[in-house]
Structures are given as C-alpha cells and as structure tokens.
Design a protein around this ligand. Sequence first.
Ligand code: FAD
Ligand code: NAP
Length: 339
Amino acid sequence: MTATWQQQVSLKPFNTFGIDVKARYFAQAHGDAEVRAALLEAARLELPVLVIGGGSNLLLTGDINALVLHMASRGRRLLSEEGDRVVVEAEAGEPWHEFVQWSLAQGCSGLENLSLIPGTVGAAPMQNVGAYGVEIKDVFAGLTALDRETGELKDFSLEECGFGYRDSLFKRNPGRWLILRVRFALSRSLHAHLDYGPVRQRLHEQGVVEPTAQAISDAICSIRREKLPDPLELGNAGSFFKNPLVSAVLGEQLRARYPGVVAYPQADGQLKLAAGWLIEQAGWKGYRDGDAGVHRLQSLVLVNYGQASGAQLHALAQKIQADIFARFGVELEMEPNLY
Ligand code: FAD
Ligand code: NAP
C-alpha cells in the first residue's frame, strides 16, 4: 500500500445519499499517472477497485472492501474549431456543472439543458446523462478510457459507446473501463431545445424573448432548484428509477384503466411511462420509514433524512418495485449503481 492511501475512510462526504460506510482503502487520482499507479498497486495487493466521481449515482449498501479511487483530475480545453463546430475536452474529475458553465462562457452551446446535474465529467458517459430532452450522446465527440483488463488506452467514438436511455457500454460492463477524459462537439450558434417540461414557460415568466444558451441554462437551474432536493440538505441520488419503456399494448391497457397515465411515445413504437407518476399513484409520495423515504414533492427521488443505511434505502426501493409491478404490471429498474 502506498503512503498516499488512507485506510478505513468514511465515504459519507463522497456520496450524495450521505450514507456512512467505510472504504477499506481510499485514494485520489489527479491524473493518468496516479490512476495507473493506484491500479497497479491494487492489482499487486489483489484488491478490487471502485472508481468514483461525485458519488451522486451510488447506493452504498455496506462497507467497501476495496480501494475506492476518487477521480480528482482537473482540466478543460478547446481542442478545435471549424466553422460553427467547437470541440472541447475535460478531464474525468471536472465537476459536471462547472464544466457546463465554462463551455457557455466560451460561447459554446449544446450542454445548456444539462445544467446543474451533479457529479463529474468522467461519470457522465456511464449512463449517458440526460435532462430536458438532451442527452450527452447528442453532443458527444469521443472519450479516452483505460482498459482495466489490459492497461491499454482506447479512444471511443460515439458508435462504440453504445449509448442508450440512461445506459452505455460502460454501464453494461462495470469495472472494465476507467474514463479519463471526454470530448464534446459544441456549437457557436444556438440550437435550442425548449419543448421539454416547463422550460419555455419559465423563460417566458422570466421575460426572455430570444433566449441565449446561458438564459436556457439559468432557466433550467431555477426549475431544478425548485423541484429537486439539494443533496447538501437532504441526501438523495436524483431519480432512483428509470422511466420504464413498455409495449404499446401494455401502454394502451394502462391508459384504458388510468386515463391520466403520463406516457410518451417512442420512435420504436414503445411508450415511456413517467415512473414518478406510477409511484405517486400508488401512494408512495412523501412516504417515510425511519430515515428512508420518498421525497414529498418528487416521488422518483428516494431520500435519506439523516441516518438511513444503504440497505434500508434498497429495501424501500424493492418494496416500491414490487408494489408497482403488482398494481400496473410494470417493472421499475433502479438507476443508481449499487455497491
Ligand atoms: P458516481 O456516482 O461517482 O459514479 C457513478 C458510476 O460511475 C459508478 O458506477 C462509478 O463506479 C462510475 N464512475 C465514476 N467515474 C468514473 C470514471 N471516471 N470512469 C469509469 N467509471 C466511473 N442524472 C441524469 O442523467 N440526469 C439528471 O438530470 C440528473 N439529475 C440529478 C440530480 C440530483 C439531485 C442527483 C443527486 C443526481 C442526478 N443525476 C442525474 C444522477 C447523477 O448526477 C449522474 O448520473 C452523474 O453523471 C453521476 O456522476 P458522479 O461523478 O457523481 O458518479
Ligand atoms: P418532469 O419534467 O416532471 O417530467 C416527468 C418525466 O416525464 C421525466 O422523467 C421525463 O422523462 C418525461 N418527460 C417530460 N416531458 C417530456 C417530453 N416532452 N418528452 C418525453 N418525455 C418527457 O421531470 P423532472 O423529474 O422534473 O426532471 C426533469 C428532467 O431532468 C428530466 O429529463 C429528468 O430525466 C432529468 N432529471 C434526471 C434525474 C436523474 O437522476 N436521472 C434527476 C432529476 C432530473 P426523462 O426522464 O426521460 O427525461
């Protein structure tokens, strides 16, 4: 074990649920060399390695008998500019929202709808982060990852990442790829996405007639601050379940039984149901069992009122999944990564 590794470190400050479990070993990586050194040392000690960024998409259900490697690499840059297209790159440990704001300050648009998502640049491709009608795949220009099986670096193109709805090749192969830096193709002119949720309405309320990318970002930040609990005040990992995709047949059956069901048709004929609507209909909104609960305003968000363990939150999630399946015949899939 190297001198920079700490032992028996509480992960409470490193996960937004605020769950107090311990890492057997903990280290920070500020760049590629430190990543490689940590992985080599862990291999020598036959220790598993859990890579984390901001800890905003984790559910930690017990002490982690591994090296927890916290990505702390920083740096962002303009790589190229041709006509309207600007390619930017950021290191994995860059805080996502700061990177989005930096890109806007460079006069680049494309990431504004993804404002105020917690976490790091390096974790964003894991679930192809998305919000308000934009996913990173829409502006993705490539990433560099370390293959933890071979120690080789690999550049991934958009096609190679296998992005899907809150999904990617990296999420489907946990522990294989360590993402070091990510590139985005942004634009000097604005291609605004305003048709999702209350974005247009908020801009209207704010008196914005011709929105800039920064104005869209500001509007989205204000909506998110109103709707979502701040992890610094109330532990949570954002949406706890993915919105389920169901067949058109099941969708129509549900619509016949529940005319108010919130469902969005997909290009492939399936329907995307709002999981939050199903959970609210089933009466879980605001539910609390000890310190584990369902947020009182946003039923898709599970919350830790203080001392909830990851196991308690997981048990609550499983109860909700079973109930939603029994009532609606719909399977809810957890979004955070369970350890
Ligand atoms: P972590 O939680 O640290 O890690 C998540 C997973 O990625 C883990 O499996 C980890 O091992 C792996 N990982 C982390 N870094 C790397 C790396 N460099 N290389 C390889 N693997 C890595 N998500 C959305 O998609 N849209 C939203 O609008 C959104 N809103 C949110 C709002 C709130 C209040 C919260 C708390 C969460 C929200 N999320 C949202 C979820 C979360 O913020 C994102 O998924 C974010 O990208 C996670 O980043 P992180 O750095 O915190 O990852
Ligand atoms: P919302 O606006 O209340 O909408 C509820 C759900 O309906 C959303 O989950 C969204 O699906 C879907 N939806 C809304 N308008 C849509 C449209 N025009 N077309 C297709 N689907 C539509 O949602 P919210 O909870 O306040 O979140 C706002 C956005 O931020 C959403 O995109 C959401 O995914 C994202 N967000 C994500 C997390 C997370 O942890 N993953 C946390 C907070 C917010 P989608 O989720 O598929 O977009």
